[in-house]
Design a protein. Structure first.
Length: 363
């Protein structure tokens, strides 16, 4: 629990916090978590928590005892109800000119229509990142950091295309969609209220996705060189890619092809830290005599597409886990899988895996 606050901090209530006065008391929080303060002095103090004043400045403006005011603010901060610092949205330089007047646009975004649009689109994303542990700047720095992540999606299914659009719209602007087959074309099955339209049928899957990605991306495409890479495999994994990800220590997430009325999401693999794909394969092979043969039959059988509702559901789950990993370096799918049952989506079956002694990925 925090017991102090920096003198330079400019506290502001986080997005979504409700201030409810009744009688001489004031409730601050949300539906199932909050705190109640006694005294009429609380309301003007809380009203002054706009992010524009320090506690000292609020004290001088309202005249309330500084220790009383500070203790109230510290208590709210200990509940993670406050943002106390400010960060700015950062974009790569989009103006290159020898003219000093034009160069001023690099630091002055007041008349930049694109920047204003980004500010509007970013607000819903901040309602997630502001509540991450230890975030005190409204979550802006985490949204900025998403631009530094290089995400490559391997697959040409509904889930792959929907996930591609979600990540771009969430600020992961260096997301690319790569198909595992040679120059596939968009077909009727790819139309699922995702990013493709009927007029796209017959166009190159990768080329059209790249073009539409520029429209969907929260930030301008082609940010500065990314420092972090993540791979997402949708469908049967390519052994060469698996070896590449493991040797380069690239975190990677698996989304399997559908099987009857279910689909497996995960595991999320961090090479050398969590069980790998081969660990899960060896474990299942030990448990089920026919498992290996069943998987072989699945690979040579015609691919079945995912129902539209399931595709959106699974892509949403996968996107949340990927964003969580980018933001916090953690995911509930690390070393785990989720089996999504089409007929009972709320009854997902979670399974955890351990390192398999015959694998060697952790030696």
């Amino acid at each position: 629990m925090k017991t102090s606050l920096s003198a330079s901090a400019r506290p502001q209530l986080k997005s979504g916090i409700i201030v409810l006065p009744y009688g001489e008391n004031t409730y601050i929080g949300f539906s199932d978590h909050g705190i109640e303060f006694e005294g009429l002095h609380v309301r003007p103090i809380v009203a002054a928590l706009t992010g524009n004043q320090t506690c000292q400045e609020i004290h001088e403006s309202l005249g309330y005892d500084l220790d009383l005011l500070t203790s109230l603010v510290v208590e709210l901060d200990s509940l993670h109800f406050l943002d106390t610092t400010k960060s700015s949205i950062t974009l790569q330089d989009r103006f290159h000119s020898p003219s000093a007047h034009r160069q001023s646009h690099i630091v002055d975004n007041s008349h930049d229509a694109t920047f204003q649009q980004i500010q509007t689109r970013i607000r819903p994303e901040l309602t997630l990142t502001t509540w991450l542990p230890n975030v005190d700047d409204g979550g802006v720095s985490h949204i900025n950091a998403r631009q530094d992540c290089d995400v490559r999606i391997y697959g040409s299914s509904r889930i792959a295309s929907i996930l591609y659009g979600i990540l771009l719209s969430s600020g992961v602007s260096n997301t690319r969609l790569t198909t595992q087959t040679h120059s596939p074309l968009i077909s009727e099955l790819d139309l699922c209220a995702g990013i493709f339209r009927p007029s796209d049928i017959g166009a190159s899957f990768e080329d059209r996705a790249c073009t539409l990605g520029k429209e969907l991306s929260l930030f301008p495409i082609n940010p500065p060189s990314p420092r972090n890479a993540i791979a997402i495999n949708v469908g049967a994994p390519d052994p060469e890619l698996l070896q590449e990800w493991m040797s380069e220590c690239t975190p990677h997430l698996f989304i399997e092809d559908p099987e009857c009325a279910s689909l497996i999401l995960g595991p999320f693999v961090v090479p050398g830290t969590t069980p790998c794909w081969r660990c899960t394969v060896l474990t299942k092979d030990d448990e089920y005599i026919a498992w290996k043969q069943v998987q072989w039959e699945r690979r040579i059988s015609p691919h079945s597409e995912t129902p539209v509702s399931v595709a959106h559901y699974v892509a949403g789950l996968a996107a949340l886990e990927i964003l969580r990993f980018i933001d916090t370096q953690h995911s509930d799918l690390l070393g785990s899988t989720l089996r999504v049952n089409y007929l009972a989506a709320n009854e997902t079956e979670r399974r955890r895996f351990s390192f398999h002694p015959a694998c060697g990925c952790h030696w």
